[in-house]
Write a protein that binds this ligand. Sequence first.
Ligand code: ADP
Ligand code: TRP
Length: 325
Amino acid sequence: MEKETIVSGIQPTGALHVGGYLGAIRNWVELQDEYRGRCYFFTADYHAMNEPETFANCATYRTELGAELLAAGLDPKKITLFHQKDVPEVTELCWMFDTVVPVTFLERMTQFKDKSERAKTVNAGLLNYPVLQAADILIYGGDRVPVGEDQIQHVELTRDIARFWNNRFGQTFAEPKPLLTKTARVMSLNFPERKMSKSIPGSAVFLADSPDEIRAKVRKAVTASSAEDSMPAGVANLFELFAEFGPAEEVEKFQKQYADRSIRYSELKDAVADHLIAYFAPFRARREELLRHPNEIEKVFQQGAKRARAKAQETMQIVRKKIGF
Ligand code: ADP
Ligand code: TRP
């Protein structure tokens, strides 16, 4: 059997944080060896257009995210790394998918419901966001989509869209599946009931944060709980981070202390902060170095775009033929 194709994207809407790293990016880095030559990873700049204020800084975010993805360990020799905007064919496929997907399917997306509740005006782009995502995945023949938990629904919708399309125009697309890590939902430091996100101030540790910033944020992490008998969500979240970045013996020591109630959260926080700081030190250095030569980053992405575009054009030829265009 031919090896599966991996596709995923991330919006250039801000810096990479520990949630996105543990939920998605670290997985991308791990997959690039096993699926060498079969991974398509990109910055989702068309998607980012939905938020005008953030999008005003898109060019800067794109370069920074480019540096961060490379600094995190993605190797353009093994994968196809590019900006979504450099493959405009996805917008054509998105339109075609718009003609087979019922609006009710889009209206029930959790992310659409959350975002449209808060938006003054609900633009069609917000509703069609996952249709473009489906086009992103299917145009490269994606079988597996490494994302965090919040994106599962969009991948399931991609399966629906592939099926609707195949039913109407004949077998064209395979139905992709999400690929999750064991840390697919890292929680906010300050609101541990909500997922860590760059849109909640103080919620996220960014990979590029300075040691002082990391320590300050982790020290402020909420550890209190409303329920008495179970581990508070914020403490569980700290333990999850600890387990990812610290040595097992040390994690166990704190777990024992938690069990016999001798734990001091200030010590737990300092230990978690120490390991986060140490773990991301090489990342911070590589990122800074890469950002000294933004043109080089751009070159890497342009080379990736050539390959991605060739694949996208191949798919679109098939798609157009199916339609009779
Ligand atoms: P944000 O919600 O902060 O804007 P993104 O939308 O840029 O994050 O997410 C990029 C990738 O990281 C997606 O695959 C997403 O599912 C994953 N991700 C984001 N936040 C988390 C989190 N808190 N835990 C696990 N994965 C996450
Ligand atoms: N919607 C994804 C997010 O917010 C980003 C994304 C765009 C994506 N296109 C994609 C993820 C295709 C996986 C596959 O994180």
